[in-house]
Ligand binder design. Structure first.
Ligand code: NAD
Length: 468
């Protein structure tokens, strides 16, 4: 079996214990990774703290090294994409795209400026607003886009002059460990440390005295624990949490053109995207035809092991999530929902679930009200647009949402009424490295990406010089 090591102080560390990683296409353990102990975490934190001083001093050196990191990922190590498929489940082509996206995200972030603003510069004095790094950043990531979401944190944190200790999800640790291996050949020791272990390791990190900032992506439930754990030490935090995105279809659309876009906005990565479409509101008159079109799409999609050629959707990533999606679909059935397509598990091995379109369902049923984070989509009829907007907003979530109309201006008017961080028109999942991404309400605090995300890894300092 191949050996995967943590990155601590620039070195590969096997760790004193290991833990298994399951391939969701088989349901079987296929690799072992280090299970970081408290003492090993302390070493990683201390290394990050030691590295901070010199790393924080020279922006152009940091930029150059991040460009080198991006270049290294543009020719990724043999087997990285395959490993992403094996630990996450997504089709191989999608895994390669995620790795390319990771490289591009790193490259773009490396090009950003950290603005120092001069507010006053005259005979009386000079006032400047500077941005200083926070210190050591604890970065904690989920299992749906493990390597990409790690880079959303690593690149801006490092460019701003911080050092990082990264912990991937216990379901998908290997590609992050491999990322650490690649980057440890480029970055000075201690600048980026990667540790692997269970949820408990995350809790040790957020309560550890060394980090000054926590950058967390995951569920609302864990996000609240992270915030509580940060409070006694007043650590800064950014929380990128779950969503229950609504897509509102207006009556003027060409349904044949829109249905495939809505389908892929919901089912990409087997629905395991924080900002995937998780419920669709459709005018009553269009409802039967929308169910039919989405049902056809779901029926014809090729689900399978991501390593098999032609696979369009892989399995659900892990057993608890597979059980949760199953439970929500069963609960919908009990509440009288009509399963248009799918509705059950596929095969005996692994965590495959049929792409599922659910009609005859409305708000108040768990599949509509909660985040399913899987391949099951409820379609809900509405009478008037104001009512659809009210229902879209009647949730504690506020990550993103979309409005679909043949009149983009009308679409934008309705989209502006959505209570969420990203409001899209005639598209969904329009996420880019130069745009801030984050959630309203319980979907998060702070944003990632672009200058806005970068500044989240800094503290303001006012330098106020009197000249007389
Ligand atoms: P999760 O909250 O279970 O776990 C996320 C990470 O937190 C993992 O690394 C986990 O080990 C760690 N963790 C668990 N308990 C912890 C604790 N007490 N303290 C510190 N860390 C702890 O989430 P998940 O199941 O891995 O991911 C799915 C969720 O992530 C969904 O809700 C999804 O919407 C959300 N998500 C959000 C975004 C975004 O950008 N807003 C992106 C992707 C996923």
């Amino acid at each position: 079996m191949a050996e995967y090591t943590m990155t601590i102080d620039g070195k590969g560390v096997k760790g004193s214990k290991t833990v298994g990683v399951v391939n969701p296409a088989t349901g079987k353990v296929f690799a072992q990774v280090p299970d970081c102990t408290r003492a090993e975490l302390d070493q990683a934190m201390e290394a990050a703290k030691r590295a901070f001083g010199s790393w924080s001093r020279d922006l152009s050196a940091r930029r150059n090294l991040l460009n080198e990191c991006a270049a290294a990922l543009q020719s990724p190590p043999e087997g990285l994409a395959r490993m992403l498929t094996q630990e996450q489940g997504k089709p191989l082509a999608k895994a390669s795209q995620e790795i390319m996206g990771t490289a591009l995200w790193c490259q773009y972030t490396a090009s950003l400026d950290i603005p120092n603003e001069v507010i006053q510069d005259n005979a009386a004095g000079k006032v400047e607003i500077r941005r200083k790094p926070v210190g050591v950043v604890a970065a904690i990531t989920p299992w749906n886009y493990p390597i990409m979401l790690a880079m959303w944190k690593i690149a801006p944190a490092l460019l701003a002059g911080n050092t990082v200790v990264l912990k991937p999800s216990p379901f998908t640790p290997i590609t992050s460990l491999m990322l650490g291996e690649v980057l440890r050949g480029i970055l000075p020791p201690g600048v980026l440390n990667v540790v692997s272990g269970g949820d408990e390791l995350g809790a040790w990190m957020t309560s550890h005295p060394v980090p000054r900032k926590i950058s967390f992506t995951g569920s609302v439930e864990t996000g609240k624990k992270v915030a509580a754990s940060a409070a006694p030490d007043l650590k800064r935090f950014t929380l990128e949490l779950g969503g229950n995105d609504a897509a509102i279809v207006l009556a003027d659309v060409d349904l044949s053109a829109v249905a495939p876009k809505i389908f892929w906005g919901a089912f990409e990565n087997s629905g395991q995207i924080c900002s995937a479409i998780k419920r669709v509101y459709v005018p009553e008159a269009m409802y039967p035809s929308m169910l039919e079109k989405l049902g056809e799409l779901a029926k014809n999609v090729k689900v399978g092991d991501g390593l098999e050629a032609g696979t369009e959707l892989g399995p659900i990533n892990n057993k608890p999530q597979f059980e949760r999606v199953t439970e929500l679909v069963e609960d919908a059935k009990k509440h009288g929902a009509k399963i248009v397509t799918g509705g059950s598990r596929m095969g005996k091995d692994g965590y495959f679930f049929q792409p599922t379109i659910v009609g005859g369902i409305s708000d108040g049923v768990r599949l509509v009200d909660e985040e399913q984070f899987g391949p099951a989509l409820p379609i809900i009829p509405y009478k008037d647009v104001d009512d659809a907007v009210r229902r879209a907003n009647a949730t504690t979530y506020g990550l993103s949402g979309s409005v679909w109309s043949s009149n983009p201006d009308r679409g934008a008017e309705v989209a502006a009424q959505l209570e969420c961080g990203s409001a899209w028109v005639n598209q969904h999942l329009a996420i880019a490295p130069n745009l801030p991404f984050g959630g309203a309400k319980w979907s998060g605090i702070g944003v990632e990406n672009g200058t806005w995300g970068l500044l989240g890894f800094t503290e303001i300092q006012v330098v106020n010089v009197a000249r007389n």
